[in-house]
Design a protein. Structure first.
Lengths: 105, 319
């Protein structure tokens, strides 16, 4: 049985699809994704695995659309807010359905 | 091979300047980028646009393309580069290449794979290649999150044309820790696609999906249950049995409880190693679908004896 992990190290993250390390540093500098231990040495940074798709997304936006990091950080932030609102909305919808039976007249 | 007119793809004139090309690319990229546009087909369209921009933004590759365009645009369907064609850039192959060849055959036949390296500049590739990661969804029942669970995950390692391996099914026993939440990603190191040329294997990611529960709704670590009550239970109060994630408990309903009233049951929510959520019971007063003759008579009696006006707020506002 293999070990269950919820984190990925700085080096492993760079290895992942070959992301260049300075991009990871930028992603952290602009607050797009934060390591658990920001104050530690860069080499010993550990990231939540939930953040990986966001790092990849940020990198794609930066390179493909040629948008600067500040704008990327804003886009990612809005995307995350949208996702959170969507799932909150879905939860409310489910709860409302338990209460309300819509009848049209 | 089909000839691709990169000017047409970007919707620009062949004599457009770099600025116009850039503007056209940005407009289309913003429209079709898979991170911005979830529609099917958008990704394909984006790849096409990115490929066109990759060629036209660079003076040298653009000159090569212009030369080919004079030659190739007449024979749309059966395009072949002229015999001995060697674009001025194709000799300067760089070592940074991607194996997954995102660009078209047309592009690769003209510019080789060198042109792709700058597009993929954030993602470098060394000779020994790490296997790709695989992501699968792992449905988990709410009850299962209360303690550590052993689950068998079945997934397919896709065929790989580079290392010439066939698709294979894999079974894996996985420890799903207590308190996993919807959206979390469990990483299993080295269980993804095998590496190439001595490269390490990729990882397997299990994307946790907590299955919606027929009774409980989840919000963070708290769960909510809707408690149906008969009108007389709500009026007189009652002692009822309520299901929780771990067995049943008894709950006292106070007299005159309103529909929508929320009661907190401390520590009956989801559990992680460090914290325990609460359970909320929300009251929903339900009417019997049919009343007996005796029941009807008693409702009528009640209606006559009570001075209750449920729409008092309306009349207050209208006066």
């Amino acid at each position: 049985m293999s070990e269950t992990l919820f984190s990925i190290s700085f080096d492993e993250l760079c290895e992942l699809e070959g992301i260049e390390s300075h991009y990871v540093v930028q992603v952290v500098e602009y607050g797009i994704v934060m390591p658990f231990n920001k104050k530690a040495n860069q080499e010993s940074w550990l990231f939540d695995t939930k953040g990986i798709p966001w790092i990849q997304k940020a990198l794609r936006l930066h390179l493909d659309l040629e948008i600067d990091w500040v704008a990327v950080a804003m886009v990612i932030d809005l995307m995350q807010q949208k996702q959170a609102l969507q799932s909150e909305n879905e939860a409310f919808q489910r709860q409302i359905e338990r209460f309300v039976k819509i009848e049209t007249r | 091979m089909e000839f691709k007119d990169y000017y047409k793809i970007l919707g620009v004139e062949p004599d457009s300047d770099v600025k116009a090309i850039k503007t056209a690319y940005r407009k289309l990229a913003r429209k079709y980028h898979p991170d911005m546009n979830p529609d099917k087909g958008a990704e394909e369209k984006f790849k096409e646009v990115a490929e066109a921009y990759q060629v036209l933004k660079n003076e040298q590759t653009r000159a090569d393309f212009d030369e080919l365009r004079k030659y190739g645009s007449q024979s749309q369907a059966g395009f072949q580069p002229p015999p001995g064609w060697k674009g001025s850039t194709s000799s300067s192959r760089q070592s940074e290449q991607r194996h997954d060849g995102d660009f078209s055959d047309f592009f690769n036949s003209i510019f080789g794979e060198q042109g792709q390296s700058s597009h993929q500049q954030g993602f470098h590739q060394s000779r020994s290649t790490r296997g790709q990661d695989i992501e699968v969804e792992l449905p988990v029942f709410l009850e299962e999150t209360l303690k550590e669970n052993l689950k068998t995950v079945e997934f397919v390692i896709p065929a790989d044309p580079v290392s010439q391996t066939h698709a294979s099914k894999k079974h894996l026993k996985v420890k799903v820790p207590q308190g996993v939440m919807d959206g979390e990603r469990i990483r299993l190191k080295g269980q993804g696609r095998p590496g190439f040329n001595g490269g390490a294997a990729g990882d397997l990611y299990l994307h946790i999906r907590v299955v919606p529960h027929p009774l409980f709704d989840v919000s963070g670590h708290d769960v909510t249950i809707t408690v149906p009550l008969a009108p007389w239970e709500a009026a007189l109060g009652a002692k009822i049995t309520v299901p929780t994630l771990e067995g049943k408990i008894s709950l006292t309903i106070p007299a005159n409880t309103q529909s929508g009233h929320k009661m907190r049951l401390k520590g009956k929510g989801l559990k992680t190693k460090t914290l325990t959520g609460d359970m909320y019971a929300v009251v929903k007063v339900v009417m019997p679908t049919e009343a007996s003759e005796e029941g009807k008579r008693m409702w009528k009696e009640l209606a006559a004896s009570e001075a209750f006006e449920p729409r008092k707020e309306w009349s207050d506002k209208n006066e």
